[in-house]
Design a protein. Sequence first.
Lengths: 229, 639, 244
Amino acid sequence: MRENNASVLKAGGITFRYSENSPLILDDFTAEFTGGCITALTGKNGCGKTTLARIIMGILKPEKGRLSLNGEDLAGLSLAETGRRIGYVMQDPGRQIFSTSVMDEMKYGLENMVRAGLLDKDDVESRALEYLELFDLSGKKDAFPFALSQGEKQRLVLAAVTALEPGFLMLDEPTAALDPVRRAALGDHLKKVRDEKGCGIIVITHDRSFVADCADREVRMQNGGGIYV
Amino acid sequence: MYSLAGLDPRTKIVMIAAVSTAAMAVGNIWMLLGLLVFTVLIMALGGVSPARQLRQARGAVSMVIFLFILQAVFGRWVLGGILCVRLMIVIMSALILMTGHIRDYLLGLIQMKIPYEIAYMVMIGLHFFPVLREEARDVYYSIQLRGTEMKKTSLHARLAAYMKISLPILAGAMSRARDMSVSMETRRFRACQSRTYLRKLTLTAKDKALMAVFPVLCAAFIFAGSGVMNALPADKAASPEKMPSQIILSWTGDPAETQTVSWKGDGSIQYVKYASAAGHEATGYYSREKKAAITKIQEGRYCRYSAQITGLRPGTEYCYTVGAGDRWSAQHDFATESKTNAAAAEKSSGSGTAASGGTDAKFSFMSMGDVQYQLRDRDYRIWGEQARKVFADNKKIRFGLMMGDMVDKNADMKDWNSFFGAAGDIFSSVPMMTVNGNHETSIGPYTYMKMMDLPKNGPQGLKEEIYSFDYGNCHFVMLNSGLFMDERREAMGQAAWPAMMKKADAWLQADLKRSDAKWKIVCMHHPAYPAENNDPKLYSSIRSHWVPIFEKQGVDLVLCGHQHVYMRTKPINGITYMMADSGQKLSHYYRQGDALPAYVKKISTENSTFEVYKVDGNRFSVKVCNGDNKVIDAFSLKK
Amino acid sequence: MEKTESLNKMKAGHRKDGEEEDMAFIEVRDLTFAYDEDRERNVIDDMSFDIEKGTVTALTGLSGCGKSTLCSIMTGVIPAHESGLLSGSIRVDGEEMIGRTMREFSEKIGYVMQDPDRQIIATTVEDELAFGPENICLDPQEIRERTDSIMKLLGLEQFALADPGRLSGGQKQLTIIGSVLTLDPQILIMDEPFSHLDEEGRALVGSIMQKLRQAGKTILAVDHDPAAIPFADRQLIMEHGGVI
């Protein structure tokens, strides 16, 4: 396990409920996720893992608490800015594909970065190819994304968000639809990203074997709060 | 009393359909508000708490306000209000639906013989709407996380982004649809032509009662709100003679805020009903009415009604109808003097301010000379046609001036009937301000004064024979030149006549002096400067009594008729004198080639001429058209 | 009443005396299929296997091996909704099924798909269960009996009027299984029934599958995890379109 001490995603005292009369989903949740490390976020279905992911990504706003990445407060950032810092792969990757070819999908996020002045126009093509290679999708470069299998779609979204070179990645139940072979392959890909790019990776899962296989750390969610395991 | 939740869904569907239909059909805002209250009450009695209703109403507020503003921007306040109340009723009545479960509505629709495929389609759609919405939201967040700014970007960029997110949403929807259809088919949907149902809805007595009574109650609102109660004129019932006719407008007060309507009626009590054009369009109602005063002429053989409407808004279009009971005239319209014109007019009436008449007045009017005919019906008809043509060709003529001799025999009702009959088309929408000619006069113009309703601001004893009024930056003084006729002098005698003239002259002096109007115009029947001097005594009397006053008090234009020609003088001491004729009677005063006085600038024996005046602040232009609407003279006055 | 009782009767073995000994309840022989888009590649390649009556068969294999395609063929979805080249034979209780319509397939075979959220139509559990019987025009009394008995079998009685969309993953899946069972199919084909379930849900569905076996149903459950169905009578492993 290689820890990148400079990169830390901190969640401090996060409290959240959907509306005034609904129960507390998160109650003073506090946890730290480090770069260069795969952290599994576990817990029963419905205990708030996805909700926490959305709060971290800035989609939901917590009642109380603070989120910071390397000291920078995440609360004030726009979704675009957050997406550059944390890559998010949802449970249904089909909701994250907007293009008619795999290559176009890779380039889409990168072109947004060019527009924001964070990437050179000439680097777009090479970056896209690099990450397609990393996730074994080079062969499918021109495919129509919606014709891919569920696993391939997931890899595409993973490649597309990782290509923006965020400090962290967040995956929500990535193993649900995968067979053992694919699951192992995903584990390998994540480890490669962790090692080669120094990313911090948070995997929301209830798959114990996956946790055993890939996770460096585990944060278990229980009663709205988190415990390190 | 009863519970909405406990009712059969079909009953609720009927209730909502009845309320919504009523909401759309009722055009009267008071009835609509009543319907809204009725709906709220029905729901409250049926168990939908006021708090719940309030929440529903709150949710609708932004939509309602938007709708109202959309109409208010065009000045259609009442229409805006109506649309908003309608929307509120429909939104509130949706709460009736919410007291039931979707499964009941599905069954209800099916038992109402809606094909089950459609009912299922609706239900599945409703079912999936929140799912698709959630998917769409995830897509929307994802595209932003990928770096697409949706907040501070151009419309073009945002549209491009929306195009992109449509792809995953469509793909997701199609995939769902496919799975759903396979799932239904493997569970044998449509295996048979028809299908049976686990449950069956039955109508209770309460349901049946409500389904029968409720639509009737809603229909009552439609009936009451459509104005059927306030019966529209039933032309067929009354014979033509009984219908009000010969409707003529005039002013007896401020043209900005009043309108006087007079007409011929059958002797019963009659009214004028009126409303602003906008209000009438929205509600179908005439919201106000005024009782008319009757003047019986010739022992009631001819009844003339007159009503003065006051309290009107300047610069507004109104519509009106006259009559009573089941005998109402068709709708007519008029417009009050606009604010800018009125402000100019106010200044000119000398009500306190010493400033000169406003330069911002802008309007148009027309004048006509003797209409008096050769052959009555033919000639009045011709006059009517010609006048209409001129009126149609010249926009924004606000009123017409007549120089007298509208009839041939002052007390012959046939003349008046024909004249008014021909005039009604134009002068039921713009006022006619007149002076009497010698043909309206025996000693005094008695019948004329009974027929016309004119301002009573003239000198004591000469009311309506002499008066003045203002419009825009013009001051009009209307004089009875018949005062100088022999008949009058002889009838009054050597003492009374001069005394009367003294009063008249003093009034004229004071009235003209008081006026600050930019333009001062005098109308009378006989000329001060004739085309032919056939009655030197009368014309010189005018010149000695009145012309000096005109000159001293800054009159710009003097209009007259009498000699059945068109004649315009050169400015005489600053005043232009213009004579006109609008009828078919041939002139026996002046013939082509006769010697003309030196002051004549332009003369024409054209049988009928119509003068159209355009006033625009400092500019005063006159266009003289003949009966074929060709311009035969044009001039302007300069200040 | 008779039909309802039959659901709970233990069924004896499938072999009829005097018939060929080898005839299994479901016989698949030389099944071959290629999608129209890629005629070269046989997704199902010369597949043959038997399934005995009243058993639970687990069919496992990695993604792409053709498991889902097989489910589609065995329920008639292929060729009804997707076209391609299909050959071979599938016999159910002696009857040839290849070439028949989905309607005919659905008379014998019930299909439970992967994601319950994509199958739920109704707004209450009992309506969902009643959906099938309503479609075949059964008498309302009988629909009520079937619905009640299946709800009892699956332990869903307390949820009769609940909105299936709001239940837990396992309960949703049971609702869908129930809605297939009320049609009283002899065979249930379940495509990855556990994939959207957590441990609790898996245990629940697993125990119901065993209960159904006891009641005489024949179940073919497809999953990519061999360990997911430990109580299976038989495990078929698929690879590249065939059974190994």
